[in-house]
Write a protein that binds this ligand. Structure first.
Ligand SMILES: Nc1ncnc2c1ncn2[C@@H]1O[C@H](COP(=O)(O)OP(=O)(O)OP(=O)(O)O)[C@@H](O)[C@H]1O
Ligand SMILES: [Mg+2]
Length: 331
């Protein structure tokens, strides 16, 4: 049974301009110990999906559907119950480690507090464990660093501290939002290594939200591709990245520099617009009139779930539109 089972999750922001549907009828499963990568272009709803699971959205957002975690529907939990789930059951590595730390508390104190709160440790024991965690996550001069305030640490160091904080409650699910955004190749490799260590150490499942297909290929068992608030393809990382079925996934892979940098022409539709047919219609190179009007249902082709009317049973669209697949490379 899945550790996390999302069913028909829809998250809508009530704004002046209208209702922004940032997640539209999303269904996903994450199994015990599995890493699921959530990929898709900017603004498609990846972070909103992560924050919907954590119930950390602003007050103008409403989520409906079900998010079943350990046999309980997170959407039905009270604020107090959800506070207990966050941190101790589901850990979060936010997009920006700098803003996740309290600027006026020393690093060591922040970690120690987390351990005391989530695991009920006495202060002395929590301090020892905090040092061990930092050391095992590769922070050098731990004793010295523990006395530092966040502004005294480099970006990479902060990332390690936030990673350690995200697992103080021994969560069984970690959500990491763009952990490699804006990093150079060396730092990116370090973060990949850090995430590997985290999942090995905690045996936790990981929902990895990322733009970076190289990171996805290095870490993920499964991939879900999001476009304009919807999941358009999901399956094993190998199949989705090396033999993408949906025209959007094919475009995403072909837009990588090492695949020839073929961008997908056009823009994704406004999340304010309800569209009767396929949301990728206006950009799709294999569209026809049916796609514009006919509701698109998810289909299973060779074990991959794909949201396209024209993926045939042989496991491809009628024509292979863009470039080659994506091979795993050293990162
Ligand atoms: N507080 C908000 N109020 C209104 N709309 C919002 C709010 N937060 C997000 N949105 C809408 O939800 C959409 C999805 O945002 P989200 O942050 O999930 O994108 P993303 O896929 O994580 O993008 P990126 O890759 O750039 O981080 C945005 O395009 C925006 O229209
Ligand atoms: Mg985001």
């Amino acid at each position: 049974m899945a550790l996390l089972s999302i069913r028909n999750l829809t998250t809508v922001f009530n704004c002046q301009e209208g209702m922004v549907k940032a997640c539209n009828n999303v269904s996903l499963d994450i199994n015990q110990g599995q890493t699921l990568g959530l990929i898709g272009e900017t603004g498609c709803g990846k972070s909103v999906l992560g924050l919907s699971i954590l119930k950390l959205l602003p007050v103008n957002a409403v989520s409906s559907g079900q998010i079943i975690y350990n046999n309980q529907d997170l959407l039905a939990l009270s604020v107090k119950e959800m506070c207990q789930v966050r941190g101790s059951e589901i850990g979060f590595l936010p997009q920006s480690p700098a803003t996740a730390l309290n600027p006026v508390l020393r690093i060591g104190e922040q970690l120690t507090e987390g351990l005391q709160l989530h695991q009920g440790m006495v202060k002395e024991k929590a301090r020892v464990i905090a040092m061990d965690m930092l050391k095992s996550l590769g922070l050098k001069d731990c004793d010295k660093r523990a006395a530092d305030y966040p502004h005294q640490l480099s970006g990479g160091m902060k990332q390690r501290v936030v990673a350690a904080m995200s697992i103080t409650g021994q969560p069984s699910l970690l959500i990491a939002d763009e952990p490699t955004k804006g990093l150079d190749a060396v730092n990116r490799a370090q973060v990949i290594d850090l995430l590997r260590q985290l999942t090995i150490k905690t045996k936790a499942s990981l929902l990895l939200i990322t733009h970076d297909l190289k990171v996805a290929v290095a870490l993920c068992d499964e991939i879900a591709v999001m476009y304009s608030g919807e999941i358009v393809e999901k399956g094993s990382a190998d199949q989705v990245l090396n033999n993408p079925l949906h025209p959007y996934t094919q475009g995403l892979v072909a837009s990588l520099p090492e695949r020839g940098l073929f961008p997908i022409p056009g823009y994704s539709p406004s999340l304010l617009d309800d569209i009767p047919g396929c949301r990728f219609y206006s950009r799709c190179p294999i569209r026809n009139e049916n796609c514009k009007h006919q509701p698109v249902i998810n289909r299973e082709v060779n074990g991959v779930h794909v949201r396209c009317l024209y993926v045939d049973q042989s496991g491809g669209t009628q024509q292979r539109i863009y470039g080659r697949g994506f091979q795993s490379e050293a990162v």
